[in-house]
Design a protein around this ligand. Structure first.
Ligand code: ADP
Ligand code: MG
Length: 417
C-alpha cells in the first residue's frame, strides 16, 4: 500500500478538529450566549450596546461563542436596517494599551481577523514612534469613520496586563469626546487574576455585563466531541468509548474543549500511523487516546523544561525518581534529600530549601506538578505529585539527562508505570 492511499485514512475531514474550526452552533453554551445577547440587543434598534466582559479558563468556548453571537447579530442588524460594523483583535503579544490601540487601528485599515467588517484602506500606523495621545486620536477618528455602531472585540485582553488605560478610554469615548459613533466593547479573558485586578474604573465601564464560562464537565465534552467526531472521522473507524475517554480525561484535567479535541485529533494520528505501517484497516481505539495523552503531556513537560534551570530539572528528576519507587506524593523534605543527592551525582552544588521551593512553584505553574496542603498531628506541610504521567515525565527528562531506562525499570517493578 502506498503512503497516501485512502485505505489507511482515519480522518474524513481533519480540519473539523482544528482549533480554529468554528462550529455553527454551540448547544452547550446557550445560557451564556443568551446572557451576552441581552447586552447587544440594543444594536438592532440603533441604540448603544452594553459593554461585555467574558471570562473563563482557556478552551471553554469563549471565542467560539463570540463568533456564533456576532455572526447572528450581524445578520439581524442587516435584516432590521441597523448598520453595524465589527473590529476583532486577538491581543496575544500585545502587552500595553499603546500596542493594542495601534493594532486596532491597523486592523481597521487592513483587516485580518474573521469577524472584522471594516476596511478603511488607509496606510498602517507604525508600531512605535507616535505619542500615545496621537495613537488614541487616530483610533477615535478611524472608529468614527468606520460606522454608526461599531463593536470592538478584544480577545485575550489579559495580555494587556495592568497597562489598561485604553480599556477605560474606549468605552467612555462617546461621553467624553463628543463622539458620534455608538461603541460597544467586548473583552474576553482567560485569566481570572486579570479580571480581579481590573481597576474599579475599568470594571465599571468595560465589565458592565460579565459572563463567566465555567469548565465543561465530561457529559458536555462528550456531546461536543461526538458532533465533531461524526464529521471528522471516516465511518466505522471510531471504537466505542474513544470519545468518552477523551471527554473524561479533559474533564478531569481542565474542562477544556480545546484539550479534548486535541486528544482526539492526536489519537487519530496514532491510529492512522499504525494503519499505514501495518496495512490493516484503521481503527481508533482507547489505547491510541492513552498514547496521545502521554505524547501531549510529554510535549508539555518538554516545553515547560525549556524555561527551567538545571536545578528545576533536577527537582523534576528527583520527584520522578521518587515516583518510580512508588512514592508518588512526597513531602518537601523528602524531595530535598533526593534532589541534593542527584545534584551531587551531576557535579552541581545543590540549592537549599528556599531555592527548592521556588522551583517547585515554577513546576506547579507549568502544570507539571500538583501541590497539596496536608495537616496531621505534627503540623502542616506540603506534598507534591506529578500532574503528568510518569512515562511523559521520563520521556521528557530524557532530552536532558541521557538514558533513563533505569527509571522505567524501577517504575515497572513497583507497578506505577
Ligand atoms: P476559549 O476561547 O474559551 O479559549 P474556544 O472558543 O477557542 O475557547 O474553544 C476551544 C475549542 O473548542 C474550539 O475549537 C471550539 O470550536 C471548541 N468548542 C468550545 N466549546 C464548544 C462547544 N460548545 N461546541 C463545539 N465546540 C466547542
Ligand atoms: Mg479564545
Amino acid at each position: 500500500m502506498g503512503l497516501f492511499d485512502p485505505e489507511v485514512f482515519v480522518f474524513e475531514d481533519k480540519d473539523v478538529l482544528r482549533d480554529d474550526y468554528r462550529p455553527d452552533s454551540l448547544d452547550e453554551r446557550q445560557k451564556e450566549i443568551q446572557q451576552c445577547a441581552s447586552a447587544l440587543r440594543p444594536v438592532v434598534q440603533n441604540n448603544q450596546p452594553d459593554n461585555l466582559f467574558l471570562y473563563g479558563l482557556t478552551g471553554v468556548g469563549k471565542t467560539a461563542a463570540t463568533h456564533v453571537l456576532i455572526e447572528e447579530l450581524l445578520s439581524s442588524a442587516e435584516e432590521y436596517d441597523a448598520p453595524l460594523e465589527v473590529v476583532e483583535l486577538n491581543c496575544t503579544g500585545l502587552s500595553s494599551s499603546y500596542q493594542v490601540a495601534v493594532s486596532l487601528v491597523n486592523e481597521m485599515r487592513s483587516p485580518n481577523h474573521q469577524l472584522t467588517t471594516i476596511n478603511l484602506n488607509k496606510g498602517r500606523l507604525p508600531e512605535t514612534g507616535y505619542p500615545q495621545k496621537r495613537v488614541f486620536e487616530e483610533l477615535r477618528d478611524d472608529l468614527e469613520t468606520a460606522g454608526e455602531t461599531v463593536l470592538i472585540i478584544l480577545d485575550e485582553i489579559d495580555n494587556i496586563g495592568t497597562d489598561d488605560d485604553l480599556l477605560y478610554e474606549l468605552p467612555r469615548a462617546r461621553s467624553n469626546y463628543d463622539f458620534s459613533t455608538r461603541l460597544g466593547v467586548i473583552g474576553i479573558s482567560n485569566d481570572f487574576k486579570f479580571r480581579d485586578n481590573l481597576s474599579s474604573k475599568v470594571k465599571d465601564t468595560l465589565a458592565e455585563k460579565e459572563v463567566h464560562f465555567k469548565p465543561y464537565d465530561a457529559t458536555q465534552l462528550t456531546r461536543i466531541l461526538e458532533k465533531r467526531a461524526k464529521q471528522a472521522f471516516s465511518d466505522e473507524v471510531l471504537d466505542q468509548g474513544v470519545v468518552q475517554l477523551c471527554a473524561a480525561l479533559a474533564a478531569q484535567d481542565s474542562g477544556s474543549a480545546r484539550q479534548a479535541l486535541r486528544l482526539l485529533r492526536e489519537a487519530g494520528d496514532f491510529a492512522e500511523k499504525e494503519a499505514a505501517e501495518s496495512g490493516a484497516h484503521p481503527q481508533l481505539k482507547e489505547r491510541h487516546v492513552r498514547e496521545a495523552e502521554t505524547e501531549i503531556q510529554r510535549q508539555q513537560v518538554v516545553e515547560g523544561m525549556e524555561s527551567l534551570t538545571i536545578h528545576g530539572k533536577l527537582v523534576l528528576l528527583a520527584i520522578t525518581d521518587l515516583a518510580t519507587e512508588g512514592e508518588t506524593s512526597p513531602r518537601t523534605k523528602t524531595i530535598l534529600g533526593r534532589y541534593q543527592q542527584l545534584a551531587h551525582t551531576q557535579d552541581t552544588d545543590p540549592l537549599g530549601r528556599r531555592g527548592l521551593h521556588n522551583h517547585l512553584s515554577d513546576l506547579k505553574l507549568q502544570g507539571i506538578l500538583a501541590k497539596y496542603d496536608v495537616a496531621d498531628g505534627h503540623g502542616k506541610y506540603n506534598e507534591y505529585e506529578l500532574d503528568v504521567t510518569i512515562r511523559s515525565a521520563i520521556d521528557a527528562l530524557e532530552t536532558e539527562f541521557a538514558d533513563l531506562d533505569e527509571l522505567r525499570e524501577k517504575a515497572r517493578a513497583s507497578g506505577v508505570a
